[in-house]
Design a protein around this ligand. Structure first.
Ligand code: PEP
Ligand code: MN
Length: 445
């Protein structure tokens, strides 16, 4: 494994895809120099701990729930948003853990998910064309020429917002908020207050009884009160990720310290590209998004490049095929990766292959189609005898209306009510918990 980090100049020489066009190179250098002075946001030992948990996922001994916003925004770094997001993720994890009877590894798309790859550099509205929004890390969402300028000082806000988020998350997961008994009572409230099917009431009651049994057995308060929780984001921006890449003083190895798990996106996973080059040099657990255009050769070459030592827990492959394609497109990729002798964590992103726009121009996703991709993912793994290791979901803890379907049967006309995402449509809290109950059925098979 490499023990050095390529230079920023080396990385740019690979022609990094999806980077900002900063108007002032001097300003960029100043920001990068300032970021390099800042303390790490996460510690190498924590990334190693997550890698060990992900090795369990890859080995069929744990299940991964990776979830959070498509794009975090600076304005949404509030206690309420962070609490609500954590609340729905922990709620879902309880249901999944009971159903799967294995630990659920909880990883947020959080504390760093501020930069977005875009299909188009430009956006046109009513005859006006401006640079596309690329996430708060790069420019502003407002459709004005000023907001859409690529501004390097935003990277310092990414650092500060991520630090503030992580600080609260760490407090929540260790400070009693994550108490299993409280978290499950949120699920019971969901089941009681919505018109969900009878079988979910039964499952929820079963979990309650299991919990009462544990307490009666004297299971220690501490093990019920604390949970492991890790931060992840797409490692997109070279300047930021490079500035946050550090040599770990304990081991002398390079780690990305902007988040525990870093992933390479569907649009930036070129084998000879800058993103793969950077992530190959870091020792964190790494995610790779793979869409339906991925060939078995691509998949094989990518896993060999990013995990030359076949290290347990190193790779999480996040497939996002689309509900109509998953059953045909996924098996050849699994077979190609398995043929290298590696055990990776296979995770289903049922969001990104299933996005469409309504006539009124809302980007959305339909709950039954999202479920169909997850279902296809489970079917494929059952056929091949591999472990369906987890799911990767875009969601929020707030009561938004961005995806259609689900227990409240949101339809396209409802989208206008509370459509708040800065990028892709997210499941709301109730749709998230409902998805967990659906997943529970497949996990109990
Ligand atoms: C995302 O996860 O928000 C994303 C852009 O995904 P993908 O790289 O799979 O398109
Ligand atoms: Mn997205």
């Amino acid at each position: 494994m490499p023990t050095t980090i390529p230079t920023l100049t080396d990385l740019h020489a690979h022609g990094a895809a999806q980077q900002p066009n900063y108007p002032d190179a001097r300003a960029v250098e100043e920001v990068v120099a300032e970021l390099r002075q800042r303390p790490p946001l996460v510690f190498a030992g924590e990334a190693d701990e997550l890698k060990a948990r992900l090795a369990d996922v890859a080995g069929g001994r744990a299940f991964l729930l990776q979830a959070g916003d498509c794009a975090e925004t600076f304005g949404n770094v509030t206690a309420a948003n962070i609490r609500n997001s954590l609340r729905v993720q922990l709620s879902m994890a309880v249901v999944l853990q009971y159903a799967a009877q294995v630990p659920v590894v909880k990883v947020g798309r959080i504390a760093g998910q501020y930069a977005k790859p875009r299909s188009n550099d430009l956006e046109t509205r009513d005859g006006v064309t401006l640079p596309s929004y690329r996430g708060d890390a790069v420019n502003g969402l407002d459709f004005t020429p000023e907001a859409r300028v690529h501004e390097p000082r935003r990277l310092l806000d990414v650092y500060n917002s991520s630090a503030a988020t992580l600080n609260l998350v760490r407090a929540f997961v260790n400070g009693g908020f994550a108490d299993l008994r409280t978290v499950h009572s949120w699920n019971s409230d969901f089941v009681r207050s919505s018109n969900v099917e009878e079988k979910y009431t039964q499952l929820s009651d079963e979990i309650e009884r299991a919990m009462a049994f544990m307490v009666a057995c004297g299971v220690s308060d501490d093990s019920l009160r604390r949970v492991g929780y890790w931060a992840s984001h797409e490692a997109l921006l070279m300047e930021y990720e490079h500035a946050m890449a550090r040599i770990d003083s304990r081991t002398g190895n390079p780690y990305g310290t902007s988040g525990h798990l870093l992933w390479v996106g569907e649009r930036t996973r070129q084998l000879d590209g800058a993103h793969v080059e950077l992530l190959a040099s870091l020792r964190n657990p790494i995610g790779i998004k793979m869409g339906p255009s991925t060939t078995p050769d691509d998949a094989r070459a990518l896993v060999e490049r990013l995990d030359p030592n076949a290290e347990p827990g190193r790779l999480t492959v996040i497939t996002r095929m689309g509900a109509g394609k998953v059953r045909d497109a996924l098996p050849p990729l699994i077979e190609a990766v398995e043929s290298t002798g590696r055990k990776v964590a296979w995770v289903c992103d049922p969001m990104h292959g299933n996005t469409y726009s309504t006539e009124r121009g809302y980007k959305t996703r339909a709950f039954p189609v999202i479920w169909d991709e997850v279902d296809g993912f489970f079917d494929v793994h059952a056929d091949l005898g591999t472990w369906p290791g987890g799911v990767h979901i875009e969601l929020t803890g707030n009561n938004v209306t961005e995806c259609v379907g689900g227990v409240h049967e949101l339809d396209e006309a409802d989208l206008a009510t509370r459509y708040e995402t800065a990028c892709d449509p997210r499941l709301n809290r109730e749709q998230g918990i409902e998805l967990a109950f659906y997943l529970a059925e497949r996990l109990r098979e």
